[in-house]
Design a protein around this ligand. Structure first.
Ligand SMILES: *Cc1c(COP(=O)(O)O)cnc(C)c1O
Length: 343
């Protein structure tokens, strides 16, 4: 049995999702004439109670577009030191928008409103870059799938209002947070200027993200997506997968979360595991007791047993549960983890 826990992006479309894709009505979306793309965009805008939405080929392009909407070259954005926009988007912040990042030393990828406040450069001090945007991430990726306290997000909104800063949410795994904390997407729609959400992580689509926001911002998004080369033609085949996923694959994220908890509990019992970070959603980050087993050896042993997981650097290892990680695979993985003490 081959078990891939590297990321929740490794899923393949289900037969029912493929059916929905194959029977999609399509048109040329660059002319805004693809009924399935239009339907997906309307559906997401409505879910969040926001003015409009735009379909993107990737979460990176959706985030990069949002950053470009809210900033001018030379500006600075504020984000946590773990932020995806800073660490994992190829330096696009500077390449695409000519913007730098002021990094905040948060906890598990999450900042406090006071930290955001303190990171703002005074706008009349012309020697410093002009602060124009705050980016947050929910759930946090490098922070181990942690979910924000909504009150803190509201407090950061107040800071943004006071200093006239844009407020963008990288919601690649926002569905996981919504399900884990039983939150309403419309509450997020009321709080943020723009939100990117991903369809190809926990929701199991082959491709796709959506940027949703207020009209004043989204009017610019269409032009920026074009500039970045993200205009797609008969993209309705992909959008149909998104519609299907939103209707059928959101509630089941609970299963991924439960399995992640069970994996964490099993790891915690292992004598070679030093610590497991708190598990809130579908990401498990843990460290080994290197004196007992090196990460290289551990990864090799798991690989031999058919289980792939990923190293995050600095001795941290990561597993991510997802739709294609079945009950059978889960039982098998738990057994293998239980035998790890004998390595
Ligand atoms: C995966 C991810 C993205 C980017 O998504 P891609 O579709 O891979 O470009 C953005 N933000 C976070 C937090 C992610 O985990």
């Amino acid at each position: 049995m081959q078990i891939n826990l590297i990321s929740d992006t490794v899923t393949k479309p289900t037969a029912a999702m493929l059916d929905a894709m194959m029977s999609a009505e399509v048109g040329d979306d660059v002319f805004k004439a693809d009924p399935s793309v239009n339907a997906l965009e309307e559906k997401v805008a409505k879910l969040f109670g926001m003015d409009s939405a735009l379909f993107f080929p990737s979460g990176t392009m959706a985030n990069q577009t949002a950053i470009k909407i809210h900033t001018n070259p030379g500006d600075q954005l504020i984000c946590d030191k773990y932020a995806h926009v800073y660490n994992y988007e190829g330096g696009g912040v500077s390449f695409n928008s000519g913007v730098s990042c002021k990094l905040v030393d948060g906890h598990r990828g999450m900042m406090k409103a006071e930290q955001v406040q303190a990171a703002i450069n005074p706008p009349d001090f012309y020697h410093s870059p002009l602060t124009s945007l705050v980016c947050i991430e929910n759930t946090t990726n490098k922070g181990g799938g942690a979910c924000w306290d909504f009150e803190e997000l509201k407090a950061i909104r107040k800071v943004c209002d006071k200093h006239e800063l844009g407020y963008h949410l990288d919601g690649a795994r926002l569905w996981n947070a919504l399900v884990a904390k039983n939150e309403d997407p419309r509450a997020y729609g009321r709080l943020f200027d723009t939100i990117s959400i991903c369809l190809s992580k926990g929701l199991g689509c082959p491709v796709g993200s959506v940027l949703v926001g207020k009209k004043e911002y989204m009017d610019k998004a269409l032009r920026i997506r074009k500039v970045l080369g993200g205009g797609m033609r008969q993209a309705g085949y992909l959008a149909a997968a998104g519609i299907y996923a939103l209707d059928h694959h959101v509630d089941r994220l609970k299963e991924d979360h439960l399995r992640a908890q069970e994996l964490g509990t099993q790891l915690q019992k292992s004598p070679i595991v030093k610590q497991v970070e708190p598990i809130e959603t579908n990401i498990i980050i843990f460290e080994l007791d290197e004196a007992k087993c090196s990460t290289e050896r551990f990864l090799e042993e798991l690989e031999k047993k058919g289980i792939q997981i990923i190293g995050m650097g600095q001795g941290k290892l990561r597993m991510v549960t997802h739709m294609d990680y079945t009950a059978e695979m889960h039982d098998h993985t738990l057994q293998i983890l239980a035998s790890l003490g004998e390595l």
